[in-house]
Write a protein that binds this ligand. Structure first.
Ligand SMILES: [Fe+2]
Length: 208
């Protein structure tokens, strides 16, 4: 396993900041700038864990040949050493299987941070991740693959390099087709707040 102290986290954050620089949100760019000038500390406790969708993950990274190509080798190194989770948010009756995710920066991440979470998200082909919402504010950067992406009542098309913003409590749903979809997600604001599926607001889902 790679020692996180050997990973060039600053280079990764600078590359990421290039992608988010056109997003007009002072809070996000300020946090990215702060992390670049004072990079988060490596987490010595983390154990690597391979995702269930390892084959799809490898394919997704191989497909990063357009606007996210500058992140390809960095994402490859991080994802190979990350602690992946295969999730259902604790309510498999709403979403049984179909995605894997890992936290790269955060309280349980490869690098430690108290007020922001950043990680990778891999959605397998032909999966409908039903509409869900959370108190945290969220951004996605699509690294590869295609998806239909619904935010409240608006439907968008996601492809390599697309950025999405989910304000707190906004419902969002992602549908994949013949390809897996890999993305970077960022949570800020109420990162310890609630998470729920739209239509089942009374049920508290796991945050991890
Ligand atoms: Fe979300």
């Amino acid at each position: 396993m790679m020692n996180p102290a050997e990973f060039p986290i600053q280079t990764f954050l600078i590359e990421l900041n290039h992608h988010f620089q056109n997003v007009d949100h002072p809070g996000l760019s300020g946090m990215l700038q702060d992390m670049i000038s004072q990079p988060p500390s490596p987490n010595p406790q983390l154990e690597a864990k391979t995702p269930y969708f390892k084959k799809e993950l490898d394919q997704s990274i191989q497909d990063m040949n357009g606007s996210t190509h500058s992140l390809k080798s960095l994402v490859n190194d991080l994802s190979a050493n990350a602690s992946w989770q295969d999730a259902s948010r604790g309510v498999p009756e709403f979403m049984k299987k179909g995605y894997s995710f890992t936290e790269i920066i955060g309280q349980d991440g490869f690098f430690l941070h108290d007020s922001l979470r950043l990680g990778f998200f891999l959605q397998a082909p032909w999966i409908d991740y039903p509409a869900h919402a959370h108190d945290a504010e969220e951004w996605y950067l699509v690294l590869s693959g295609r998806a239909e992406w619904q935010i409240d009542d608006d439907v968008h098309q996601a492809e390599e390099g697309t950025i999405f913003h989910h304000p707190p409590t906004a419902g969002h749903r992602m549908l994949t087709f013949e390809n897996p979809m890999l993305a970077i997600w960022i949570w800020t604001g109420a990162i310890h707040g609630r998470y729920w599926f739209v239509g089942h607001e009374e049920i508290d889902c796991q945050l991890k």
